[in-house]
Design a protein around this ligand. Structure first.
Ligand SMILES: CC(C)(COP(=O)(O)OP(=O)(O)OC[C@H]1O[C@@H](n2cnc3c(N)ncnc32)[C@H](O)[C@@H]1OP(=O)(O)O)[C@@H](O)C(=O)NCCC(=O)NCCS
Length: 163
């Protein structure tokens, strides 16, 4: 299978926040942003492997800037790490006030997507071709999280067998 670079699949999506996306005070729900995080991660992973992909894990998200109704929310996603069937996507979230043009970094998330074959089983995906120092540094950090997750999942599965 031919290797692909993070540039081959990096993507962005954007959408204006409307009243159903927010609470009565006009603050956008975290869940609205999480849904978009899931969407962009799915787009990036699918572009990499051209397979059906499911979300296995959303590792981490901090919301550091409040998003309001009327803001244009933009998410940028790129692959950090690829295992055999799993792909870790790094997502950055920005919010732009359309009236002032102010752009604020709102948060970042790390999402693991898994590619499935036609029978719903995890299937091998193309390896990640690392071209830049940033590619290598993100890959190494992703590999570390993959190793830690693998240990944690082993413990979780062991626990569920005992119950
Ligand atoms: C993700 C899923 C396909 C993994 O299936 P599985 O039978 O546990 O498969 P495996 O143990 O062989 O793992 C396959 C890959 O998934 C990764 N993986 C499994 N569970 C994971 C988790 N919770 N977080 C991150 N990666 C995970 C493994 O590390 C492995 O990666 P690799 O192939 O790169 O080494 C399965 O747990 C599933 O279908 N989950 C539900 C997904 C879903 O429907 N999400 C939408 C929200 S409900």
């Amino acid at each position: 299978m031919e290797e692909k670079t993070p540039r081959d699949s990096e993507s962005s999506i954007s959408r204006v926040m409307l009243p159903p996306d927010a609470n009565v005070a006009g603050n956008v729900f975290g869940g609205t942003i999480l849904k978009m995080v899931d969407e962009i991660a799915g787009i990036v992973a699918t572009k990499h492997c051209r397979r059906n992909c499911v979300t296995a894990n959303i590792e981490h998200i901090d919301f550091i800037y409040p998003v309001r109704i009327g803001d244009l929310v933009e998410l940028k996603g790129r692959l950090n790490f690829v295992g055999r069937s799993s792909m870790e996507v790094g997502v950055e979230v920005y919010a732009e006030n359309l009236e002032t043009g102010d752009m604020n970094f709102t948060g970042r998330a790390t999402v693991t997507m898994v590619a499935l074959d036609d029978n719903g089983k995890p299937v091998e995906v193309p390896k990640l071709k690392l071209e830049t120092d940033e590619d290598r540094s993100l890959f190494n950090a992703g590999q570390q999280r993959y190793d830690e997750r693998a240990k944690r999942m082993k413990m979780t599965k062991k626990g569920s067998n005992q119950s």
